[in-house]
Design a protein around this ligand. Structure first.
Ligand code: NDP
Ligand code: 2IT
Length: 449
């Protein structure tokens, strides 16, 4: 490895020894941009890489709330404002018990590159809390969101930092967060959050955008490799926002989705997943995926035990990890390849462990990397921001068409970068190189800040 890169990598490991997810994300990017860095010896003098991997600002705060039993519970709140190089800080909020600084830093770091790939003026950020929304009443969720925003409001704004949803944060939570922001600031600032409800400033297609975008990217990647999505078997992990709308678009294109999952286990339905039922269980009842069997007893439920998710044991042409980071282990990757998988589409952020990605690439499996393939959500968030600035709403078809164009452009950027450096359809490296090139130019132009 190039000496400058090696020093930067060693430095970040020394300074952040316990932040495993953050280190994993940084190492992947640094490793793949080597061919670019080699051509730019001047980057070392201006510490370009050191500045790119260090967040501009990390905010942590206390989030107390009173639960329905009258007990006061205290959680940690985070906002990592990673980069404002090419636009206001932008990225989601995650509410999940596993949330810690390392996870929010890795997500914020990935977001800078993803947002650059969209071609839109948005910087990178991420935030959240170790609060677990599962099993909480609506009132508890509202009180928690209000407490979270009471602190966060001093750090965000339509031209400063624009949060949105992620795991555990959807339209309901964004509504409560928005209401509290408006109350405290005494101003209607539509563009301060995205993923809002349609009645108060939300954009059509934002809810569907990440999942639809993943399938638009997948269709383009397959098409440019002379493969059709129609008739292919698809398995999708997760049953949340990304998974549900990826499933919907895959079905529209004639694919056969046979499995979906949640954190407890997966459903395998040879007849094809009944998506309306999944929506009813997950979006309306907020229940568990095994409830699917009550309506379709012929389907199989496989419980999740241990680290390898059972969904990756199922034979499939296309696997779409849409749940969480590191959900595809090396064992799972081997199983998928053994069963003849053709392509992987990363709907979740960093869903494959490093060795799994390498294994797929070494076996000539097409990999649609998260930074590129799941960028549709944040891209339509940026389109929501522009509608809020214009005080105007775009029709569904216009936004959907825009999303499709953006995803095709992102695929072409990944392919172009991969071709330019003779990387043989390695779109993982292609995505990193395309995004890095844009960010590095912006950073060099703006001086030492
Ligand atoms: P949701 O909260 O809507 O759904 C998450 C799904 O993943 C649920 O089915 C959940 O199961 C499962 N899941 C969550 N954590 C784990 C875990 N630790 N182990 C196993 N399963 C888990 O989130 P989203 O669909 O919004 O997000 C899914 C992924 O997509 C995340 O990686 C997110 O960062 C990424 N993403 C989201 C975007 C968006 O616009 N929402 C945009 C781009 C990426 P259970 O209900 O049992 O917890
Ligand atoms: O990971 C992501 O890109 C998101 N959770 C969406 C971020 C956003 O600002 O819409």
């Amino acid at each position: 490895m190039n000496k400058y890169l090696k020093n930067v990598l060693n430095g970040v490991k020394e300074k952040n020894p316990y932040e495993t997810e953050y280190l994993q994300a940084v190492e992947e990017v640094l490793t793949s941009i080597e061919p670019v860095v080699k051509n730019h010896p001047e980057y070392e003098r201006i510490a370009l890489l050191e500045r790119m991997i260090e967040p501009e600002r990390i905010i942590t705060f206390r989030v107390p709330y009173v639960n329905d039993k009258g007990q006061t519970v205290v959680h940690k709140g985070y906002r990592v404002q990673f980069s404002s190089l090419i636009g206001p800080y932008k990225g989601g909020l995650r509410f999940h018990p596993s949330v810690n600084q390392s996870i929010i830093k890795f997500l914020g770091f990935e977001q800078i590159f993803k947002n650059a790939l969209t071609g839109l003026p948005i910087g990178g950020a991420k935030g959240g809390s170790d609060f677990d929304p599962k099993g909480k009443s609506d009132d508890e969720i509202m009180r928690f969101c209000q407490s979270f925003m009471t602190e966060l409001q001093r750090h965000i704004g339509a031209d400063v930092d624009v949060p949105a949803g992620d795991i555990g944060v959807g339209e309901r939570e964004i509504g409560y967060l928005f209401g509290q922001y408006k109350r405290i600031k005494d101003v209607y600032e539509g563009g301060v959050l995205t993923g809002k409800g349609l009645s108060y400033g939300g954009s059509l297609v934002r809810k569907e955008a990440t999942g639809f975008g993943l399938i638009y990217f997948m269709k383009e990647m397959l098409g440019q490799n002379n493969i059709s999505l129609e008739g292919k078997t698809v398995t999708i992990s997760g049953a949340g926002n990304v998974a549900i709308y990826a499933c919907q678009k895959a079905l529209e294109y004639g694919a056969n989705v046979v499995a979906m999952s949640d954190s407890k286990g997966c459903i395998y339905d040879k007849n094809g997943i009944d998506l309306n039922l999944i929506k009813q269980i997950k979006e309306v009842e907020r229940g568990r995926i095994y409830e699917y069997l009550k309506v379709h007893p012929q389907a199989e439920y496989i419980e999740c035990n241990g680290t390898d998710s059972p969904i990756w044991e199922i034979k499939t042409d296309i696997a779409l990890p849409c749940a969480t980071q590191n959900e595809v282990t090396l064992n799972s990757a081997k199983k998928l390849v053994e069963n003849g998988v053709i392509a992987i589409g990363e709907g979740a952020n960093m869903p494959c462990v490093k060795e799994a990605t390498e294994y797929f690439l070494n076996n000539n499996i097409l990999v649609a990397p998260a930074k590129a393939a799941n960028a549709g959500g944040v891209a339509i968030s940026a389109v929501e921001m522009s509608q809020n600035s214009m005080r105007y709403y775009l029709p569904f078809e216009n936004v959907d068409k825009k999303l499709n164009e953006i995803m095709i452009n992102i695929f072409n950027s990944c392919k172009l970068a991969s071709n330019e450096y003779n990387l043989d359809n390695n779109y993982v490296a292609g995505a990193n190189i395309a995004a890095f090139t844009k960010l590095a130019n912006a950073m060099a132009a703006q001086g030492i800040v």
